[in-house]
Design a protein around this ligand. Sequence first.
Ligand code: HEC
Length: 128
Amino acid sequence: MTSSSSSAAEKKIKLEIWKKVLIVLLVAFMIFVLIYLNNHESNQYILKTLELEGSVKDGNALFKTNCVGCHGITARGLVGPDLHSITQSFNDKEIIKQVTGGLTPPMPSFEIDPQNMANLLKYLHSLD
Ligand code: HEC
């Protein structure tokens, strides 16, 4: 009787431990999935853009039609800030997010395909 009740208690403890292990594993798995989804989703466009070789000339043309209104014809700043040496304070990913994200009004979000985004990046690098 005593031994059977103690083994029942042991079983209970083991069950509790297994429950905790399972919860920890579930939480770890969920964190993993969230991180994966987060990176996966935002990186597709960014990775594609970073793979491509940009053209300063095309990037400059794009800048002239889309950005000069706020950043000035020579990118020295107007409503928006001076973009010279911007690539020293922002990395490429951050610049892509800045241009496509619309996170800092009044600057709008731009729907821009990866090749044109790569051109724009190349142009911004040429302003260093
Ligand atoms: C309607 C005006 C406007 C247009 C158009 C615009 N921007 Fe901006 N941009 C801004 C403003 C204002 C900021 C500052 C936002 C802030 O930091 O709050 C900014 C910030 C930036 C920054 C970050 C610089 C920093 O120091 O914070 C980059 C890079 C940038 N713009 C690039 C571009 C590019 C490239 C284009 C064209 C595709 C563009 N912008 C078009 C207004 C504009």
